[in-house]
Design a protein around this ligand. Structure first.
Ligand code: GLU
Length: 505
């Protein structure tokens, strides 16, 4: 058996739909800690809630975490010494624990029907009494209980919360934490499935988890978990309850209300995984200090992990500020080498139909050059698609957008005519892969056009070059004009200028 590390942590997502951004956030902090301390990161799938289960969700968890570069050491798909790592494959594990707790007087059967429990709760609320199970079934046999109202044949199993339930515990982020007294929690449901509380404790125990890093919404469950550890005779792990991510209005981020709660959304929008990782780290962790003493907000996983310490995690619910992510993403996009940027852009261009599944070498070579032009103009990869598309449509097929055409005025035909003449006079022979002999390059194109249209004809730059931009890109916004012309080549450039010019008669 592979040796287990000093630290073992886990995430335990429930496959109930598109993975939540919180799963990545929690994975990141678990990983930063375990990579520094040494040990294993476990991915366990908590799929015992059959009503909310979604079959494709587990794969999406794998895909999105891998996309982010957050790798686990043990999990359903990669195996490991203490599996299986999917709770639905461990169902036989839990019932014996529940039975043992019943035998030892820590848990009891409850035959109350859901209707009775609802009535009981309503009654308690009406009289402003504390809500919680009233222990009607405790100490009764099935026969005794069956004689009372609100009985159902198949029981659940409840914890018998004792007076000395531990209500405070030490948290790695928050120090001493106090939690309210829990109710007699159900640990085994009528369908024989464990609830989260039993399953999580049994699994964390059997998988030798040393540190439980999870969302702060579980603080109130921790007393129950501590009791379960006590009853099964196991040392509890250490706990770190991460602050929940919040919307700008401070509400909890939910997939229903905020598209950015879905991890797949970030990929669709063209955020770079390294920017998202950096952003998620900054949500709850202070920036590093640069050599000049200033804040270093841009950092990679390794830098984050190297200095990771729990006490630095800010326990106050961080606001999920997408403007900051957008800024970071722009920084990361600008730092990519152009071939790499082109490579990252490919899937977006394919999805948008700008490029086919198997682009030619020529198309790829052009993409590197175009990528360099758009690099400083976008903050997400998806934003680059409309800027790049004009470089891949046929000259006849270029669509001139209405708002681009609307910028043309009475000077535009003159500007186009003059530009055609000027460009026609530039020698473009030798253009090609080794086009060094050619005069067709952006600085020459710019110099000649300026000399003729601005200096010669007295046009303002906007009146001179706006129509040229419209002609070659079909849009109001495009990558730099002269560089775009260089990449398109003389033939295509002049063709596009003529095409617009002819449409203006
Ligand atoms: N299945 C729980 C969740 O998705 C796991 C909580 C925990 O980490 O203990 O939130």
């Amino acid at each position: 058996m592979t040796s287990l590390g000093p630290v073992r942590v886990r995430i335990a997502p429930s496959p109930t739909g598109d993975p939540h951004v919180g799963t990545a956030y929690m994975s990141l902090f678990n990983l930063a800690f375990v990579r520094k301390a040494g040990g294993q990161f476990i991915l366990r799938i908590e799929d015992t809630d059959r009503a909310r289960f979604r079959a494709d969700s587990e794969q999406q968890v794998y895909d999105t975490l891998r996309w982010l570069g957050l790798r686990w050491d043990e999990g359903p798909d990669v195996g490991g010494p203490l599996g299986p790592y999917r709770q639905s494959e461990r169902l036989d594990t839990y019932a014996p624990y529940a039975e043992r707790l019943i035998r030892e007087g820590h848990a009891y059967y409850c035959w109350c029907s859901p209707e009775r429990l609802t009535e009981m709760r309503e009654e308690q609320q009406k009289h402003k009494r504390p809500t919680g199970y009233d222990r009607l079934c405790y100490g009764r046999t099935i026969q005794e209980r069956a004689a009372l109202p609100g009985f159902q044949e198949t029981p659940v199993v409840r914890m018998l919360i004792p007076d000395d339930v531990p209500l405070s515990f030490d948290d790695l982020i928050r120090g001493e934490v106090h939690a309210p007294r829990p109710d007699d929690q159900v640990i085994l449901k009528a369908d024989g499935f464990p609830t989260y509380h039993l399953a999580v404790v049994v699994d964390d125990h059997l998988m030798k988890v040393t540190h439980v890093v999870r969302g702060e919404e579980w603080i109130s469950s921790t007393p129950k978990h501590l009791l379960l550890y006590r009853w099964i005779g196991a040392e509890p792990p250490k706990f770190a309850h991460m602050p929940l991510l919040r919307n700008v209005d401070k509400s909890k981020i939910s997939k229903r209300k905020n598209p950015a709660a879905r991890l797949t959304w970030f990929k669709e929008q063209g955020y770079l995984p390294e920017a998202l990782v950096n952003f998620l780290a900054l949500l709850a962790y202070p920036p590093a200090k640069g050599s000049d003493g200033g804040d270093l907000e841009v950092f990679g996983f390794d830098d984050f992990s190297r200095d990771f310490e729990w006490h630095k995690v800010n326990p106050v619910g961080p606001i999920f500020d997408l403007k900051k992510l957008e800024w970071l993403n722009g920084v990361y996009i600008r730092s990519l080498e152009e071939g790499e940027l082109a490579h990252r852009l490919l899937p977006y261009l394919r999805d948008a139909g700008v490029l086919g599944d198997n682009p030619s070498l020529g198309e790829l070579a052009r993409l590197r050059r175009v990528a360099a032009l758009v690099q400083t103009r976008v903050t997400t990869l998806a934003q680059a698609t409309p800027l790049i598309a004009p470089f891949y449509v046929s000259d006849q097929g270029l669509h001139i957008a209405h708002e681009a055409r609307a910028t043309l005025d009475a000077d535009s035909p003159k500007a186009l005519d003059a530009a055609i003449d000027v460009l026609d006079a530039i020698d473009a022979t030798g253009t090609g892969l080794l086009g060094s002999e050619s005069d067709w390059h952006s600085s020459r194109i710019e110099a000649d056009l300026r000399a003729a249209l601005v200096d010669g004809m007295g046009l303002k730059a906007k009146a001179a070059f706006g129509p040229l931009r419209t002609a070659i890109s079909g849009a109001k916004v495009s990558p730099p004009l002269f560089e775009s012309m260089e990449i398109l080549g003389k033939h295509a450039t002049i063709f596009r200028l003529r095409r617009l010019r002819e449409s203006l008669h």
